[in-house]
Each structure stands twice: as structure tokens, then as C-alpha cells.
Design a protein around this ligand. Structure first.
Ligand code: KG4
Ligand code: ZN
Length: 338
């Protein structure tokens, strides 16, 4: 095998058309993200049909941009990686179809990547010293998973959400308090001006030894509080609700994560996914890991939310493990990890 693997990675699982060129899974030569957020904001959330159409418009220019930014052409590539699930089927299909066509036309090997594996692998990009095993909390708009990364490409799910994902709860609460879409960054901003102890929202859990999460009860508690205020005709502080909600989510995530660290004896802990770009969560995790005397890792905010560099990181380790996708690669909206 060549000393270095130059990989083109493609990600279209939700509302970002993204392409990146990554060398040996860790060195990012380009990372182009075309976000559709402005158009979906008009509808208060992602509209799947619009997402696929936008991916079709953008996939070719985004890939071209990734190559030109890296100063490369198709002939410099060694492999192509693409997210094939989980995600919106129509959105995933655009990336999968493009990657297959490119692999077929160029003869390049093709690797199908799990989106969550991508989020976890985002941690490899800026943390050269990070190698498995480690624990990783993946918190995004569609997923909340506490994962034992046993080795590259080998995962054990320790806990997952039983209802809403953490990011979904941020988005729903933001909408309820009038902050709009996307909720996560808006709640984080509003929370900076608020009192995290103004409201005591529940910290749901399932007892010792169970690392599952539940966020729909917490979301309902926020909605019920708001309704009570409205019925009484009293006003509430948006910032206080945001800060108190963020504090509750953070506490639940940190508590579960540190219980798992204790139980497994993990020496390294990482966070990943869109919600991992939340500064309050990052700080709380960092403090908790310091207290436990273990190393803490997190990607930069731009590598937390959906991007293709993380697919290039995960795809590289799949590639060197010999995993290859054929021309029958299909989008799998409910693809499981493990
Ligand atoms: O990983 P991601 O980009 O897409 C999925 O795979 O779902 O995550 C998007 C989610 C959204 O729910 C968004 O509100 C949340 O991540 N998010 C945040 C922040 N930035 C994005 N949540 C909390 N604080 C943030 N700063
Ligand atoms: Zn994602």
C-alpha cells in the first residue's frame, strides 16, 4: 500500500452538502460545507424534499471546490468515501450516487461510512495523540449515543436516547421560547445572559448502571412551565429558560458520561456531534474529566456539526482495514452502528 492515502470524502445525510480531501485520515487539505440552513429556517426545520434537491444542485460544485482548495485533481486521489447512513434517504442518495459514479468512472476504491462513526472520528483530526480505546458521547440533532470506541471501526453502544436526541430537544425548546431554528446555537447564546438556576427542570435517568437518555420529558417540562406562565399572564425570561434548560441537559450528559467512565475505567473521553460545539457542555465535560484525572478530547465547532472531513477520517480507517463498497452501495436511513 502507498505510504499515504489521499481520500475524497462526501457527506449529504441531512442539510449540509459537504466534501473534503483528507490525507491518512487526519490531515485535512480542504473541508467545504455548503449549508442549506437559510432555506430550512423558513420552514422551522429541515424539509427532506428540499434537502435532496439542494444537494443535487450543489454536489458537483462542492466537490470541485474541495479538490481545487486542496490543489488537486481527481487523478491525485486514492479513494472515495461517502456517508451511506443514517440520515434522510433522499439526501443520502445524492452523495451515494455521486460517489458511486465517480468510483465507477475513475476506478477508485469506494468506502461507505456510517455518519456517527464520522462524528466520532472528527476527534482524530486535531488530536494526533488520540487513539482507541476511548469513550465518546455523540450528541447531534438525530442521535445521542454513549459509545465505547474499542478500536478503529469497532464500537459498543453503552447508552442511547429512548426518545428525542439532545439536539432535537435544543431545537424544540428554542422554537417554544421563540428563538427559532436552529435551536442549539440560539439557546447557547441566550443562555449566556440567563440564570441557570432560575428554573429547576428535571434530570431524567434510568437508575444506576443504565446509560440511556430521555429528553422528551425535559422538553415537556419546559413547555408546561411556559404554558403555566402564559395562563397566568406572567412573562418569563427567555434567557433564564434557555440557561436552565441547557444546565439540565448538560448535567444529565455529564453525569451519565462520568458514570460510564467510572464503570469502564476509561482513560480517555471525547465528545462529538453538533451539540458538542456547545461551549457550556464542553466546559462541564472538561471539568468533569479533569476531576477524574482522564484526558478529554473534542473537535473544533466546525468539525462537530456535519462536515465531510470527519467522513474522510472514519473512511480512512475503514479503508486500511480493507472495507470496500461495491456498485450496489445503497443509502440506509436507519443504519445501526457497531
Ligand atoms: O451533528 P449535526 O450537525 O447534525 C446531525 O447529525 O444531527 O447536529 C445538529 C444539531 C442540531 O440539533 C443543533 O441545534 C445542534 O446540533 N447544535 C447545538 C449547537 N450547535 C448545533 N446544540 C447546542 N449548542 C450548540 N452550540
Ligand atoms: Zn451529524
Amino acid at each position: 500500500m502507498k505510504e499515504q492515502t489521499v481520500m475524497l470524502a462526501i457527506e449529504t445525510s441531512c442539510d449540509e452538502t459537504a466534501a473534503a480531501v483528507v490525507v491518512n485520515g487526519r490531515k485535512v487539505l480542504s473541508n467545504i460545507i455548503d449549508s442549506q440552513i437559510d432555506i430550512h429556517t423558513l420552514y422551522g426545520g429541515v424539509v427532506p424534499e428540499i434537502a435532496s434537491r439542494k444537494h443535487m444542485e450543489k454536489i458537483v460544485p462542492v466537490v470541485d471546490h474541495a479538490l481545487s482548495t486542496a490543489g488537486l485533481t481527481f487523478s491525485d486521489l486514492d479513494a472515495v468515501a461517502v456517508t451511506y447512513g443514517p440520515g434522510l434517504v433522499g439526501a443520502l442518495l445524492v452523495g451515494v450516487a455521486y460517489a458511486k459514479a465517480l468510483a465507477f468512472a475513475s476506478g477508485l476504491p469506494l468506502v461507505g461510512v456510517h455518519h456517527i462513526e464520522g462524528h466520532i472520528s472528527a476527534n482524530y483530526i486535531e488530536n494526533e495523540e488520540l487513539t482507541p480505546p476511548f469513550l465518546c458521547l455523540v450528541v447531534s440533532g438525530g442521535h445521542t449515543h454513549l459509545v465505547n470506541v474499542v478500536d478503529y471501526g469497532k464500537y459498543e453502544i453503552l447508552g442511547r436516547t429512548r426518545d428525542d436526541a439532545a439536539g432535537e430537544a435544543f431545537d424544540k425548546v428554542a422554537r417554544a421560547i421563540g428563538l427559532g431554528y436552529p435551536g442549539g446555537p440560539k439557546i447557547e447564546k441566550a443562555a449566556k445572559e440567563g440564570d441557570p438556576e432560575a428554573f429547576h427542570f428535571p434530570r431524567p435517568g434510568f437508575g444506576e448502571g443504565c446509560y440511556d437518555f430521555s429528553f422528551s420529558g425535559l422538553k415537556s417540562a419546559v413547555l408546561n412551565t411556559l404554558n403555566e406562565y402564559k395562563m397566568k399572564g406572567t412573562s418569563f425570561s427567555q434567557a433564564d429558560v434557555a440557561a436552565s434548560f441547557q444546565a439540565a441537559v448538560t448535567e444529565v450528559l455529564v453525569t451519565h458520561a462520568m458514570e460510564a467512565v467510572e464503570k469502564t475505567g476509561a482513560k480517555k473521553f471525547a465528545i462529538a456531534g453538533g451539540v458538542a460545539s456547545n461551549g457550556a457542555l464542553r466546559k462541564a465535560m472538561e471539568d468533569a474529566c479533569r476531576e477524574k484525572g482522564i484526558a478529554f478530547f473534542h473537535p473544533s465547532p466546525i468539525l462537530c456539526t456535519d462536515n465531510a472531513a470527519m467522513i474522510g477520517a472514519a473512511g480512512y480507517y475503514d479503508f486500511i482495514a480493507g472495507k470496500r463498497a461495491g456498485m450496489d452501495l445503497n443509502a440506509v436511513p436507519n443504519l445501526v452502528l457497531g
